[in-house]
Each structure stands twice: as structure tokens, then as C-alpha cells.
Design a binder for this molecule. Structure first.
Ligand SMILES: Cc1cc2nc3c(=O)[nH]c(=O)nc-3n(C[C@H](O)[C@H](O)[C@H](O)COP(=O)(O)OP(=O)(O)OC[C@H]3O[C@@H](n4cnc5c(N)ncnc54)[C@H](O)[C@@H]3O)c2cc1C
Length: 583
């Protein structure tokens, strides 16, 4: 049995529980995690798919009329072949790690452990996992249980000249955690054993967690004390606090709870040059902000071991609703006004007309589809209609006020709402973390799907969306292939909003030709973003896939400053080289 699997099964006291809390506040609780038999822990990695998304026991069906709609855009499809786990395991080479590392209890060189930590969830990762062409595997996987374990690992990495890749949930969609081909051995440091709530300061509302805590473990442990973090990326099921901070993640309710930047108060970053403690001071005018500086470093500055997060009491009420508007212009006006007028909603999402139609097809049974379509048609909505999903989170009086204010805006734009759309809101909330499972179902049908996202100012939203969509739509025209593309606004700010684009295309005759198709689409999409008015990524980060386009956003001097900062923490470039910056 692999060393990591045996570690997962051990019930030994997590080291995080014995770390002394630095919070001096008398209202703070030193959580004795070991004493709680029901303390939730992360999903064990063997319960997740080795070559796809999520829990092996969860699947999501695609409706026949949904698949038909996609094929009406892209044409007939053919399934790509998939290799077996056993076939790939045979390809894992001998580990190059020295005995000083492999002798550590926390390090595994088991082939399956190495394989399961070799790839994330990007499109090239799926191609590699299904085609069996991983090319590079980490030489070993360490599973530390404490900050001092991580310090030991980085010390040994220096002594033995290793590359180190911090690994959270492995949900990266831009090639963050893939081991590079290098003469130095690669040690992946998986944080999944550091998944406990360590301290909760009720008065300051600061929770200290092991950085490897996945979304459900974070919320379940806070919920025991009546608290909530409120960070819900769609990858919530498996992604971790450390990954969210390191890749500047954004959750579905960022409008209410803020992005990870607003939640991350400080913590411990173990770097090759020593431990950087970032104090959890509410605000400071004492020079440049180290807290901001380490966010988004994507494993290149060091490893977050403990993170201090701003939390809040559980809300009294939370509601999600759906409403339809006649067209994109009307929907966009509602979103912009709502955020600029400070209406206290916790979520706003606007699908464009093509996405609205696709959602209605993909998310419904034929009878539901007929009922909703008939209802909307009878109320005068045509093919230009757009779907707006929104939420309120807070106490009842506050929610009531926000809903009333929002309804005024909706009315001005001739919205259509009713019992049926309210049900759609609840259905969305119930299935919000299940959508990613569709990717595997579509993959089995030869339908390739991927996404990209950006943010720009309100005055540029329409032009940016049009440019991106056109770039993607025409990117395979040299092969005579059609790409189906649609977009939604998913995070709103007073200044602007994020745009999240989904596209579908046909698998090629094999894995290589399919990857080539993706590369063409990705390049066209990235060029349409690297124009100085939109970001290369609003929430997924840079990783290896976006690194070539980063200079267009940051400028030459900006890249140099970033390089110099990383050099001071990691002069030997052993931390996750190739992610964030190309070199
Ligand atoms: C289906 C799906 C849906 C998604 N939806 C969203 C979404 O709604 N919003 C969003 O923001 N993102 C989303 N993502 C992208 C991804 O989940 C985020 O980038 C997330 O922040 C990654 O977290 P992770 O723990 O999985 O990190 P990983 O993928 O393991 O790593 C990401 C980066 O962080 C670094 N890292 C991880 N842990 C640490 C640590 N403790 N210390 C230092 N560095 C570390 C790694 O080295 C790497 O560079 C989605 C991904 C998928 C597959």
C-alpha cells in the first residue's frame, strides 16, 4: 500500500493541533482538533478520479437535447480513447530522490502517489491523463503535517538541490502544479494532511487553518462554531485555502463575501530563505503590503502552511433566485446599477443569450425545458433573452431590503420572474458544485469543453466579450471546424466585471490533434485578452499556460519587479519554476 494512503488512514493527532496559537485574545479558542472524533478532513485522494474531475462516486448526466444542441453547432463527434491507470503506472520512471528524502516517513515514492500528483485539471492535463502521455512525474510526494515538517523539507531541498512544487487540491486549470522536465529531482509537497482549524478568534473573527484545508473541511469546521468563510469557487469540493491564496481565487459569492484578497488576513509562508510571518493586522500604512505581495505567487515564493482568514457568523438567511430579461443590454444595466448603488446582494451572474439557451437545454429534462420555454415565450421573451442568477445572504431584514431594491431595478428592465424561475434558483444552488462533472460526461461523447475568463471595466465589457468570442469561434476555421462559445458575467465590481467564457469543440482523430485544436483556441483567446485593457486571468491564475501572456498586462518593469521579489525568497529558483513566470 502506498505510504500516503497509509498516512491518510492513520488517526494520529494532526500536528497542526499542537501548534501553539499565537493569538493572545482571551476570546480566542485553541481548537483541540484531536479531541473531535467527527472533525471533517479532506477528501482522501484515492476517492477522486485519477484522470478527471471529482469524486469517483459522482457523475452528472447530460440531457439528450443538451448534447444535441452542442452537436448542432460543432457537428458529429467521436469519443477519444482512454488509457487505463495500470498502463500509465508502468510508465512512471524510477525516482531520482536521494535516500535522505525517501527515508522520511512523510515522503512517498509510490508510483500511484506520483502519478496522482503529476497533473491538474487543465485541458492539456486531461489530454495527458487520457492519452497516457504524462511525460514528467514528480520524483516523490511529501505530505507534511506541520510548519516544521515543511521547513525540514525545504532545508533538505536546498541541501540536495531539488525542485519543490507546492500542491493544494490539484484543481489548477492552467498548469500550475505540473512537474517540469529538469535535471534536478522534483518533490511535490501535498498539503492535504494540514487540513484542520487551529484557532478561532471570535472577537476579531479570524480563523487560523492548516493551508491544505479543502472547501468542505473549512466550512464544516467553522460551522461547528456558527461561523462561515463564504469562499465558494466552483472547485470548492477539492481546492484548498493555500491554493486559493496562492492563485488569487474568487468564489461564486464574491459580491457578498469578497474575493480571497479580502478574506486572507495573514499567515505563515515557509520560503527557501526562511519563514515569513505575515501579521494579521486589519490595516496598515507601514509601507508596501507583504500580504498582497505573497498572494498570487503560485508556489514560487514558498509554501503557505497556516493561513488566517477573516470569517463571519453564519447568516440567518440565504436565497438564490433566477430572473430573465429581454436582452444582454438590459441584464448588464441591472448588474452595473445594482453594484454601483450598493445593493447588498451576495451574488450576481448574467448569462448571455447563447449561454442562457445552452443552460436551459443542459440543465433540464425535456418536460422541464418545454415548461420553462413555454412560460418565457408567453411572457414575450425571444431568443435574445438572458438569464440572471442572484443571491442574498444575511439577516432577514437586510435581505428583504436588498431584494426590494433589486426588484425595482429589474422592473425597469422588463424582467420576467415567477414561481418557476424561483425554483430554478434553488436548483442552481443545490447543484452548483456538480456542474464540473459534466465535463467528464461530455468527454465520453467526444465533446471537448474548456473555459477561460477575464475582467475589464464596464465601458469595455461588450467589446471585450465580442472580441474574445469571435477569436474563439474562428480559431479552427483553417480546419473547417466550428467552435460553440458563450459567456457570462460572474463577478461584479463598481468599476467593471469578470467575463467567463465556455467553449465546445470536437475531439480530433487522436489526442495529439485534439490538443493542437485546443492550443489554437487558447492562443486566439489569450491574444484577445493580452491587449492592455483586460486581464489574462480574473480567478484561475497564470500557471504555465498563461505565463507567456503575462508581460502584456504587467509590462517589462512589472515582470522584472516580480522576478526580483521572487529571487529574494528563492534565489536558486527551486520553487515551482515555470509557473507564473516563464523563467
Ligand atoms: C471545475 C473547476 C472549477 C473551478 N472554479 C473556480 C472558481 O470558481 N474560482 C476560482 O478562483 N478558481 C476556480 N478553479 C481553479 C482552481 O480551483 C483555483 O485556481 C484554486 O485556487 C486552486 O486551488 P488548489 O488548492 O486546487 O491549488 P492547486 O491547483 O493545487 O495549486 C494552485 C497553485 O497554488 C500553489 N499552492 C497550492 N497550495 C499552496 C500552498 N499551501 N502554499 C503555496 N502555494 C500553494 C501551487 O503551487 C500552484 O501554483 C476551478 C477549477 C476547476 C477544476
Amino acid at each position: 500500500m502506498s505510504k500516503i494512503k497509509s498516512l491518510i488512514r492513520k488517526t494520529s493527532k494532526p500536528a497542526s493541533a499542537v501548534v501553539t496559537s499565537t493569538t493572545q485574545n482571551t476570546n480566542s479558542t485553541d481548537i483541540d482538533t484531536a479531541s473531535k472524533s467527527n472533525t471533517p478532513v479532506n477528501t482522501p485522494i484515492e476517492q477522486t478520479r485519477w484522470n478527471g474531475w471529482g469524486n469517483v462516486n459522482i457523475n452528472k448526466k447530460v440531457s439528450t437535447h443538451g448534447a444535441k444542441l452542442i452537436k448542432s453547432h460543432i457537428g458529429k463527434t467521436k469519443k477519444l480513447s482512454s488509457v487505463s491507470l495500470q498502463e500509465v503506472l508502468k510508465k512512471v520512471p524510477k525516482s531520482r530522490l536521494p535516500a535522505a528524502i525517501t527515508n522520511l516517513d512523510m515522503v512517498s515514492i509510490d508510483n500511484e502517489d506520483r502519478l496522482r500528483h503529476a497533473r491538474g485539471q487543465s485541458f492539456p492535463d486531461w489530454i495527458a491523463m487520457h492519452g497516457g502521455e504524462f511525460k514528467v512525474f514528480p520524483d516523490g510526494v511529501a505530505m507534511p503535517q506541520s510548519t516544521s515538517d515543511v521547513e525540514t523539507l525545504l532545508q533538505l531541498a536546498r541541501e540536495h538541490d531539488l525542485i519543490v512544487i507546492p500542491y493544494g487540491g490539484g484543481t489548477s486549470v492552467v498548469g500550475h502544479i505540473n512537474p517540469p522536465k529538469d535535471s534536478r529531482p522534483v518533490l511535490t509537497v501535498a498539503m492535504s494532511k494540514m487540513d484542520q482549524l487551529i484557532d478561532l478568534d471570535f472577537e476579531s473573527q479570524i480563523a487560523t487553518f492548516g493551508a491544505g484545508s479543502q472547501g468542505p473541511a473549512v466550512e464544516a469546521q467553522l460551522d461547528e462554531h456558527g461561523y462561515r468563510l463564504g469562499h465558494y469557487p466552483q472547485s470548492w469540493e477539492l481546492s484548498t485555502l493555500g491554493g486559493w491564496v496562492a492563485a488569487r481565487s474568487s468564489g461564486q459569492q464574491s459580491l457578498g463575501y469578497g474575493r480571497i484578497e479580502q478574506m486572507f488576513a495573514g499567515g505563515t509562508l515557509v520560503t527557501p530563505q526562511g519563514v515569513l510571518n505575515i501579521a494579521d493586522i486589519p490595516a496598515s500604512s507601514a509601507g508596501p503590503d507583504l500580504r498582497e505581495m505573497v498572494m498570487g505567487t503560485e508556489g514560487r515564493a514558498g509554501i503557505f502552511t497556516e493561513v488566517k482568514m477573516r470569517v463571519q457568523p453564519q447568516p440567518e438567511e440565504e436565497l438564490f433566485k433566477v430572473v430573465f430579461l429581454p436582452n444582454w443590454k438590459a441584464g448588464k444595466a441591472v448588474l452595473r446599477q445594482a453594484v454601483q448603488k450598493n445593493i447588498r446582494l451576495s451574488m450576481l451572474r448574467l448569462s448571455n443569450a447563447v449561454e442562457t439557451d445552452a443552460h436551459l437545454h443542459l440543465g433540464t429534462s425535456p418536460s422541464q425545458f418545454l415548461a420553462i420555454s413555454t412560460y418565457l415565450k408567453a411572457r414575450g421573451l425571444d431568443s435574445q433573452k438572458v438569464m440572471l442568477t442572484y443571491g442574498v445572504t444575511g439577516d432577514k431584514a437586510q435581505n428583504k431590503l436588498a431584494l426590494n431594491q433589486f426588484k425595482q431595478l429589474l422592473k425597469q428592465q422588463n424582467s420576467v420572474t415567477g414561481k418557476i424561475t424561483d425554483i430554478m434558483g434553488s436548483v442552481w444552488a443545490h447543484g452548483r458544485f456538480k456542474f464540473p462533472y459534466l465535463r467528464g460526461t461530455l468527454w465520453e461523447k467526444g465533446i471537448m469543453v474548456d473555459t477561460f475568463e477575464t475582467a475589464t471595466n464596464w465601458n469595455n465589457i461588450d467589446e471585450q466579450m465580442q472580441q474574445m468570442q469571435e477569436a474563439v469561434q474562428t480559431s479552427l476555421s483553417d480546419e473547417g471546424e466550428e467552435v460553440m462559445v458563450f459567456t457570462h458575467i460572474s463577478h461584479v465590481y463598481k468599476q467593471g466585471a469578470s467575463l467567463y467564457t465556455t467553449y465546445f469543440f470536437r475531439a480530433g482523430k487522436d489526442h495529439t490533434s485534439t490538443l493542437t485544436r485546443w492550443q489554437k483556441i487558447k492562443h486566439a483567446a489569450s491574444l484577445s485578452l493580452a491587449n492592455g485593457t483586460a486581464t489574462i486571468s480574473h480567478q484561475h491564475g497564470v500557471g504555465r499556460d498563461h505565463a507567456p501572456y503575462l508581460a502584456a498586462e504587467k509590462g517589462e518593469l512589472g515582470i522584472q519587479v516580480t522576478k526580483d521579489m521572487l529571487k529574494s525568497l528563492d534565489p536558486e529558483k527551486r520553487m515551482n519554476p515555470g509557473a507564473l513566470l516563464e523563467d
